[in-house]
Ligand binder design. Structure first.
Ligand code: G6P
Length: 488
């Protein structure tokens, strides 16, 4: 922040941080289920500036000024949200089509085949251009700091660079980057790479993703790669490619003071969900997405009840599944399947008021999630592939009693930072099953040791550190630019 004092910061993302909806009681504001928003929002509050995003709420148009701007958060108004309106065709082609049927499965190894349509690609390009034009229109000088978020905007960095050659463009890719062979099936692989290399800094969650990206460039473009400096120079312009593991804002004392005690949280949740007093409760919190390993998790719960019958009647998985992208067939089919498997397991092992799986397929706000995290005996993250996964970090932040066990997929970026979790391969049902049993029987002292160590990591490597490192690198870059310009 100090490095950037006086510089203008503009964020670009598809998903907006605040959604205004019209309901029977007037306009209400909600926060979307998105790891990206969870991470970027506190940073934006800290440095003000302008956030450009797609306006998706039914009342979004009603609250903006003539320039499509509104100050947010609604109560404290710390920065400006500039909304972009997309037509149905644009949304279908750019967001549902190219981003979510093409790039999302392309970058996640979750065995769902990517779909590439010429018409989606045309919309993706056009919408990237519209957002790039908005960045240029919002820029006060010729050298703003532009923070580009995620796979919706691979082309935008080069488009902004063309109009604002002096801008500092920091692009962060929130999802994994695959190996060159996998990426190579995309018909527009070169254009995507060229677009991204318009960035000053290109960030991924892990070094592994950086390595995959660099190898992909090496395979498909004529570029100069300098491994020792982590830079790629394309057409004479250098891009720094670095890993910046994303995180959450560590809760303040004030926030924590508002939390129910773990005992009260447990009592409230058990009563609401009608769980017996000796229930061992696992919590899963995900968008209802096929990359999250929800099916594998259900299979592990079923196997647990078979293999360790002492848990029948006592073990419950409370699975929050926030509705997401349900305009897409792939998602609807997946969601139906999870409902069917849940029903089957509940029929097989449930009875007399007991259901081993409670599927809560609706959006939960932050305080409802905090209560669940504090009530649970364990949190289960079984992503088949995940850039980072912030649910596990939120669970850790919620457990100031140093209790609770985290079961974490080795295919989530977070597993590299959090080895004190029970790290599992979600494709191996037996291994996950045994981890559930181990978590359910783990002595409080072992839980305390593991949780205390996890908490140290997340407290220290919080989201301000994530943003701070990128902004410091960018600040240094800008300083160098200014000095060298003065010298010349
Ligand atoms: C992931 C992506 C984000 C996205 C979020 C929610 O975390 O990396 O860019 O915002 O999923 O998905 P949605 O399509 O609802 O924005």
């Amino acid at each position: 922040r100090t490095q950037l004092r006086g510089d203008q910061v503009i964020v670009v993302s598809n998903r907006e941080p605040y959604i205004h909806q019209r309901g029977p009681n007037g306009i209400s504001v909600s926060r979307p289920a998105s790891g990206l928003v969870t991470a970027v929002e506190p940073v934006m509050r800290a440095c003000s500036g302008t956030w450009i995003a797609h306006g998706s709420g039914s009342a979004d148009q009603e609250v903006v000024d003539a320039n499509d701007r509104v100050a947010v958060p609604p109560d404290t108004q710390e920065y400006v949200l500039r909304r972009i309106w997309l037509s149905d065709d644009e949304e279908r082609g750019y967001y549902q089509g190219f981003a979510n049927e093409g790039l999302w499965p392309l970058c996640h190894v979750a065995h769902v085949r990517p779909v590439f349509r010429e018409s989606d690609w045309a919309q993706y390009r056009a919408v990237n251009q519209r957002f790039a034009d908005a960045v240029v229109a919002e820029a006060r000088g010729d050298d703003p700091v532009v923070l580009v978020q995620d796979y919706h905007f691979a082309l935008l960095p080069a488009m902004v660079r063309e109009k604002l050659p002096k801008a500092t463009i920091i692009t962060f890719w929130h999802i994994p980057w695959p190996n060159p062979e996998s990426f190579g099936i995309c018909p527009w692989r070169r254009e995507l790479l060229q677009g991204m290399l318009g960035s000053t800094i290109l960030g991924f969650h892990t070094r592994f993703h950086c390595k995959n990206f660099t190898e992909t460039v090496d395979r498909y473009l004529e570029a100069r790669i300098e491994h020792e400096h982590s830079t790629i120079s394309y057409q004479g312009e250098p891009t720094l490619v670095q890993s910046y593991p994303i995180s959450i804002a560590w809760p303040t004392d004030e926030e924590r003071a508002g939390w129910p005690s773990p005992a009260d949280a447990r009592a409230a949740v058990f009563e609401r969900l009608q769980l017996g007093p000796d229930t061992v409760m696992a919590v899963g919190v995900d968008r209802f997405d096929y990359t999250k390993g929800i099916l594998e998790r259900l299979h592990a719960v079923e196997r647990l009840l078979e293999k360790y019958p002492q848990w029948q009647g006592r073990f419950v998985l409370v699975q929050v599944a926030a509705p997401t992208r349900s305009a897409l067939e792939e998602y609807r089919e997946f969601q139906d399947r999870i409902h069917r498997v849940t029903e089957r397991i509940n029929l097989r092992f449930g009875g007399a008021g007991y259901k081993p799986v409670l599927l809560l397929a609706e959006h939960h706000d932050h305080s409802a999630l905090m209560e669940l995290y504090r009530a649970a005996h364990m949190c289960v993250v079984t992503s088949l592939h995940d850039g980072m996964n912030l649910v596990c970090k939120e669970f850790i932040a919620a457990r100031d009693d140093d209790q609770g066990v985290l079961i974490l997929s080795r295919f989530a970026g977070a597993a590299r930072e959090l080895p004190e979790a029970l790290v599992i391969n979600p494709y191996h049902v037996e291994e996950t099953t045994d981890a559930l049993h181990r978590a359910a029987t783990m002595p409080p002292q072992e839980q305390r040791e593991r949780m205390a160590s996890l908490r140290m990591t997340v407290r220290e490597f919080n989201v301000y550190r994530w943003a701070g490192r990128m902004l410091t690198d960018a600040g240094q870059w800008r300083l160098r630019e200014r000095i060298t310009r003065r010298v010349q």
